[in-house]
Design a protein around this ligand. Sequence first.
Ligand SMILES: Cc1ncc(COP(=O)(O)O)c(C=O)c1O
Length: 396
Amino acid sequence: MTKDRTPSGKLGINTQLVRAGYDPFDYHGFINPPPVRASTVLFPTAEVMDTHAQKYTYGTRGTPTTNALCDAINELEGAAGTILVPSGLAAVTIAFLAYLSPGDHALVVDSVYGPTRHFCETVLARFGIEAEFYDPMIGADIERLFRANTRLVHTEAPGSNTFEMQDIPAIVEVAHRRRAVVTMDNTWATPLYFKPLEFGVDISIQAVTKYPAGHADVLMGTVSANAEHWPRLKETNGALGICGAPDDAYQVLRGLRTMGVRLDRHQQSALAVAHWLESRDEVARVLHPALPSFPGHDIWKRDFKGASGIFSFVLAVERKQDFKRKAQAFLDALTLFGLGYSWGGFMSLALHVNLFDRRVTPPPAGGPVLRLQIGLEEVDDLIDDLERGFAAAEAT
Ligand SMILES: Cc1ncc(COP(=O)(O)O)c(C=O)c1O
């Protein structure tokens, strides 16, 4: 006799994370799906082969492992479909390639992830697509930037490194009225703290490299579409042949199971450190959307369910010529924070933010901007480490 294992009622987020995408009884009760690697998939008859009348047909089109992750992400995003790609950056670039053609104009937020800007200014420009960068705080005013050929609006909230919030519903309203696709890099919040598709965004992008994988050892991106835009995304993915590897998908799905509790911890610890930094004379400003002092705080409070563990602060330094020296002295004195780029893992990280590429929004004034990813260590230990940084910056 088989037992009905379908849960009744709406599940809480951590319950959802434990179950999403895979039923252990689909594979003999083993609690994780097997990592099914493939190029070749066999067909039982020539007719089945001719009509592709089976679920799996070729390695690039998915295996039970990649499918389990896609299903889990669909559930979390509320999406019609999700594709996996080998990095978060590839997730952004494939979304642009899916919806833009030569002669099109795209509006891209100025606080965008740096390599996304680079893609716009090199590959897209070469293909005759113009990307124009807009102020993250623009809101409904974005309408004045629209042209007859504006096809895509790319959002990222909070913005990379400086954490500006965006009024997503206001931007979506204008973009849809003007028949443009809205894409969003939602890596910071994950669908646990913000669900782009519920706010009218068409395409939700995540570098699942970060919190979903959670251990700083996997690269992967996901692109999730609403029903209207899913066919085009799927078609582009198939045409380009850019697919996520089953072993990486396995690791990301494994990470997802604990992402809720990890994010909760990242959130609490990052807020504790941010509040502590706000009380320090050595700090000019703390750039964290969950702080009431932050300009985009009201939008964050209105639309988001939480804050993850990465934010920045401005080290108070008077003379511009001292910025780099003081920032580097601070960073070199840290013993628990690693100096590294890719965030979302268990270890705390710090870096001196480079804002030379901003086109529209000036960098925050008052000193060098330092970005912190708060990991899973004890907050008191991290604060002691930051004290060492302040002492070193002061002494240099
Ligand atoms: C906001 C954001 N989007 C995308 C990416 C790219 O992710 P990946 O490192 O997997 O290419 C990053 C990486 O830092 C990021 O911070």
